[in-house]
Every structure is written in C-alpha cells, then in structure tokens.
Design a protein around this ligand. Structure first.
Ligand code: SF4
Length: 368
C-alpha cells in the first residue's frame, strides 16, 4: 500500500526539517520550502522553482500542499465578508474579513463549535465538534489572502471567531509562530494579533509569552451576571479569579488588556452596571470595547437602544476609562460578533455526498 502523502502545511518547522533529512537534502532546503509555503504562499510544489525539477518530483512522491476548500463567500452591505471552509473531515468553519479604510482585519476561528456555552453566542449552540489544527488556522489566513485582489493585504488578526482559543492553545500558539516568524513565516507583528478569551485564565501567562494582545470577553460585572451569560467559564474561574489573573498578567506585560463588553438590553446595560464596570477595572491598564448585542434568530436577548448604548458609554467615559463603541459589522450575513456558527452547522447537517477526491483527502487526515 502506498504511504499517505504528507501535507507540507501540516508540518511544523522541525517536522519539515525531518522530512528534508529523510530525503537526504541539505538543511537549508527546509527554509526554502517554508518560504515557499508562507512567504510566497504557493499551493503547488511545482511552483517551488529553486528546487530542481528532480527534487520537486521527489517531493511530489511523498508530499502535497493541501488547503481547505471555500464553500461560500457572503458579502455584507458594509463590505464585511464571511468565508465558510470545508475541512478535510467534512466539518465546516467560518472566518470573517472586516475591511475598514486601509485596514483589513481577519477574524479567525480556533475550534469547530465551542465547549463553552455563552448565552449570547450562536457558536455555543453547535457544541464542540473538534479543535482546529495549526495548519487549519493558518490556512484561513493563507486562503483569504489568496482570494484578495492584487495589492490588498490582511493587516491584523483577531482570534474572535468560532471557539475559545485558549482551550486549543497549542495549535493557536503553533499557528501564531507561523504567522509571526520573520525568517520564513508570514512575518506579522505579534502586536497585530489579538487573542480573545472568555476567561480561560491558566493560559494567560502563555499568551503574554507570545507577545500578542490579550482581550477578555467580560460581559458582566457580577458573578450572577457572568453565571447567567457565560456559565461554563464562570463556574471554573469566577470574576474575582479572572480579575486577579488580569492584574498578574499586567505586572509583566507591556501590552495593555482589552475588555470586551457585549451590551444586552435589560441584562447588563444599566447605569449601575456601567458604574460597577468602572469600579472593577479602575487601576488596570486597559481599554474597554462595548459591543451592542447582535441579535440572531431564536435568541431571546435584545440589543439596547442607541440612546441606552450612548448613556452607558458616557458614564464609563466620564469616569475616566478608555471606552470605545465597536460598530456592528456584517450582521446582515450573520458575520458579526457572536453570530458565527449557523452556516457551519447547516453544512454539517447537509453534507451527505462524499467528495470526488475523498480517498486522497481521507488519507491526509492522519497528517494534517
Ligand atoms: S463567545 Fe466565544 S467562548 Fe463563548 S461560546 Fe461563543 S465562541 Fe465560545
């Protein structure tokens, strides 16, 4: 039986080095192949033209470059674009591109579904299917970049798509290494990458070591509110533990924290909530992003009125904290914050036909 082809994007630098050694090639070839994959972003071994034709032929015999297929692209009226990818095992995951003047922010998914059960989030309704692997995370970046018009570039990335990134930390960290490596990777500054967590505090020190930004999805100013809105994570790490972890994080971090606060009418948007938010966060080096709740079918929560949102922001601002209102982007295609997951679950329910190329891709499951 033929050995399965190895997906080159599925290998980290050490594993690729081993493959190069097994082929009897000099060590510098590892670097060359990595550059082709991440800097030139080729998806074809034949395009690796500083490998001889014979060497490309040998590489073809043992390896391939596999990328996930785009199942759909939906453009919202504001230009936000939602991509749905079919993964190698027929699961599906979403990525959102948010254009803003000269910026192109990519919202990345880290899991198919999510273990946590935040009540304001559509992804939560899927449950967890599985963690994404590092190449599937980086693949979202490579694939979207390849689909952008000439001269258009992704400028920043946020791990705010499907899943809790800190519950899939090893893959997220591996992906970030490929995204930030200057010698052979995509060369993004870690400062342009934000990892957003519901409050999975054991991994905060690991995030600090990566040098990327950390955002905390707070959403409540009492344990009762967080128990209501984010029961799974608050049962493990309550508000006091979360804030203590934030203080410890800031002691050794040059980077300030961002607190995300989803404003939900009648749940966490009163003047009392705004004042309590200030009291909780005063003294922490941070900014606050207010995100008016993005409604979706079947969810009982409602977005506050524009006046209510404005009043909340004013209280926090007048008391001296940096607070910003995040515009809803892409909500008409369910691409806004908390709205990811519907298309992915629909795909899971409707994918019944085996793909034409299934045998090869099945083989690659082992190595991606
Ligand atoms: S908000 Fe984030 S952590 Fe919470 S259920 Fe949704 S994806 Fe998971």
């Amino acid at each position: 039986m033929n050995k399965p082809l190895v997906n080159l994007l599925g290998l980290n630098a050490q594993e690729l080095g081993q493959l190069v050694q097994d082929l009897g090639w000099p060590r510098y070839r590892t670097h060359q192949i990595l550059q082709w994959l991440y800097q030139h972003r080729v998806f074809d071994i034949d395009a690796m033209t500083n490998l001889s034709k014979i060497d490309r032929g040998r590489l073809h015999q043992v390896a391939t470059v596999y990328r996930d297929e785009v199942l759909s692209r939906q453009m919202a009226q504001d230009g936000t674009e939602k991509f749905l990818w079919r993964l190698v095992d027929d699961l599906a995951v979403e990525t959102v591109l948010i254009p803003e003047e000269r910026r192109r922010t990519l919202c990345l998914s880290s899991q198919v579904g999510c273990t946590l059960d935040c009540g304001f989030c559509l992804t939560a309704q899927m449950g967890i299917k599985r963690n994404l692997r590092a190449p599937e995370i980086v693949g979202q970046v490579l694939n979207v970049q390849a689909l952008l018009p000439e001269g258009d570039h992704i400028t920043s990335m946020v791990f705010m798509g499907m899943g809790e990134p800190l519950m899939n930390f090893d893959a997220v960290a591996d992906a970030i290494q490929r995204l930030t490596n200057m010698e052979w990777g995509l060369g993004f500054s870690p400062r342009r990458i934000t990892v957003s967590t519901a409050g999975w505090i054991p991994r905060f020190p690991d995030v600090r070591r990566l040098g990327v930004n950390l955002a905390i999805s707070l959403n409540g100013t009492t344990n009762a509110q967080r128990d209501h809105l984010m029961p799974a994570v608050n049962a493990r790490y309550n508000l006091e533990a979360l804030l203590q972890a934030c203080r410890t994080y800031l002691e050794d971090s040059e980077r300030p924290l961002t607190f995300e606060y989803v404003l939900i009418a009648g749940v966490n948007d009163s003047a009392e909530d705004a004042n309590r938010l200030v009291s909780l966060l005063r003294g922490l080096r941070c900014k606050i992003n207010l995100i008016p709740f993005n409604e979706f079918p079947g969810n009982p929560f409602r977005r506050p009125s524009p006046d209510g949102i404005e009043a909340f922001q004013q209280i926090v601002r007048n008391r001296g904290l940096d607070v910003f209102l995040r515009k809803s982007r892409g909500d008409d295609v369910l691409g806004a914050c908390g709205q990811l997951g519907r298309s992915a679950s629909e795909v899971l329910e409707t994918l019944v036909h085996p793909r034409r190329s299934l045998p090869i891709e099945r083989k690659m499951l082992d190595v991606i």
